[in-house]
Write a protein that binds this ligand. Structure first.
Ligand code: ADP
Ligand code: MG
Length: 498
């Protein structure tokens, strides 16, 4: 299924055997963040359409930090909850301005400019009406948050589709509420695969057959009853792989603002390098442990359907970026990348009376699950005298409360001595499938950290041996990541470009 090995090319695109190859391409917020970025994106869509054949585009809401439309939408909703009418009106105006600038920069006055402007205005008016309702009711439910936060995508796809049409390229904006059916877990909904496949094929295949490129909203879906849901922060990557699976696409490409998945977050480690090839598992671990470049759930549909995933740079399209496949070579002798999550709390349940008492771990995590807080990492001392696990700082109080209640009796009997949280810690994770076959990796890692006097609070190794995570103090994170980054590729051949 390699891209450029087709058995034929017709005017309509690449064929493998007699199957027309389909590509799903997702463009992140920065790729549609301004009229200049949208021009770049549109030209990539048209070029790829000509070389590849059918392309389905998934796009995020406009913006890259610091001004992301999704953030403006959410901040306004919070302001509405606090009763601050002026604040959300101002944010709505700012949103109007961002979209207007793109419209003026891209669309010709005698073409669709005014029609698209009117459509965007309708969304913004609707947003203000939703904020008014939140202010009056004094309530902002997860369901209302989803209705509000997906509007950025609904606006950006309409501008991009109109611009493509103006360039003479048939395109149509499609709301993913018509494609992706999810459960009703608002804010982090899960797709229902069978329903999604039926709806996506029914809606998109006719467009593709007519030669129209669908421009689909990322991030959002809808319940079977048609209520808008969202797939979680950064969920547009996940949207692309869900749609890729639903269409049996040949590849999914994630276009972003860096040259693929890198050895570390380039904003934190200036010497970070692009990684030509990673496995699904490696990149899942990286994404789970904080590498924002891909939403952690993105890989799931691709793994299930064996769809290769590529990450490429909209602003440097000639760079090969990263290809993510089922089985890559485990080169580089071990560590391929390092990532970190800061702002965590490490909660410890400890007591000499815990030894040999069955069910303490199950009850601990049962109590945590009742709080609906997700645990990022677990580490248990082999003596069974303590269990510790990391949760986001903001959830720690809730979790501690739940545990105190669960273990009231054990605490009174002193079977459990204490339940406590350590604030301001980070998880630093190193990833690389080759670590398994390379002895001494953890030794190198720990001595590197020792060299810069980083105190290791806890350690966990993924059962796949594809990652090792350590817990350290927040204040030491940047130094530790930089130090570990120096180990990458040390004494090993440099990776081959794909
Ligand atoms: P998009 O809007 O395109 O989805 P994101 O901001 O969500 O873009 O993700 C891209 C950003 O992810 C990069 O600009 C980079 O700062 C950050 N990032 C964090 N870790 C990594 C990594 N290991 N490789 C590449 N980028 C990373
Ligand atoms: Mg993203």
């Amino acid at each position: 299924m390699a891209i450029f090995t087709s058995s034929g090319f017709s005017g309509r695109g690449l064929f493998l055997g007699d199957k027309l190859m389909t590509l799903v391409m997702k463009f992140g917020g920065s790729s549609v963040g301004s009229s200049a970025a949208m021009r770049e994106t549109a030209s990539l869509i048209i070029d790829t359409r000509q070389t590849w054949g059918p392309v389905v585009v998934v796009a995020s809401g406009m913006g890259s930090s610091p001004v992301k439309v999704t953030d403006l939408l959410l901040n306004g909703a919070q302001a509405a909850l606090a009763g601050d009418q002026v604040a959300y009106q101002v944010l709505a105006q700012e949103m109007g301005r961002v979209h207007d600038e793109a419209i003026d920069g891209l669309l010709e006055p005698d073409d669709e400019r005014e029609a698209v402007r009117a459509e965007i205005k309708t969304f913004i008016d609707h947003y203000i009406a939703l904020c008014d309702a939140v202010r009056v009711l004094g309530e902002l439910t997860p369901r209302a948050l989803d209705a509000v936060s997906g509007m950025g995508e609904q606006m950006s796809v309409r501008i991009l589709a109109a611009y493509l049409r103006q360039l003479g390229h048939p395109a149509q904006a499609v709301d993913a509420t018509e494609l992706i059916t999810t459960d009703s877990q608002f804010q982090s909904a899960n797709p229902l695969v069978a329903e999604t496949q039926v709806r996506t094929q029914a809606r998109l295949l006719p467009l593709i057959e007519e030669g129209v490129t669908p421009i689909v909203t990322g991030f959002i879906g809808a319940t079977a009853d048609g209520v808008t849901t969202t797939l979680g922060r950064g969920g547009s990557d996940f949207s692309a792989s869900i749609i890729g699976q639903a269409l049996n696409a040949d590849e999914v490409w994630i276009w972003t603002d860096v040259d693929g998945v890198m050895t570390a977050d380039p904003r934190i480690v200036p010497g970070a390098r692009s990684i030509p090839m990673l496995t699904y598992r490696e990149v899942s671990e990286l994404a789970y442990f904080g590498a924002r470049v891909l939403h952690p759930k993105t890989m799931r549909p691709c793994i299930e359907s064996g769809i290769p995933l590529r990450v490429k740079n909209t602003f440097n399209p000639d760079h090969a970026g990263t290809v993510i496949v089922a089985n890559g070579q485990a080169h580089n002798g071990g560590i391929k990348a390092v990532t970190a999550i800061t702002g965590l709390n490490l909660i410890t349940v400890e007591g000499t009376g815990m030894v040999g008492v069955p069910g303490i771990a199950a009850r601990t995590f049962g109590a945590v699950a009742d709080t609906e807080v997700s645990v990022l990492l677990i580490s248990q001392a082999s003596s069974e005298q303590s269990i510790c696990f990391a949760v986001p700082e903001g959830s720690a109080a809730l979790v501690l409360e739940g545990l105190q209640a669960e273990f009231e009796t054990e605490l009174a009997r002193r079977d459990i001595d204490s339940i406590w949280g350590m604030r301001e810690v980070s998880i630093v994770t190193v990833v690389g499938a080759g670590m398994r076959g390379t002895p001494g990796i953890s030794g190198r890692l720990f001595s590197a950290l020792g060299d810069c006097s980083v105190n290791i609070i806890a350690i966990a190794q993924g059962s796949s041996e594809c990652s090792i995570s350590i817990v350290i103090e927040d204040a030491e994170t940047a130094g530790a990541v930089a130090q570990i980054h120096r180990l990458i590729g040390q004494g090993a051949p440099s990776p081959k470009q794909v």
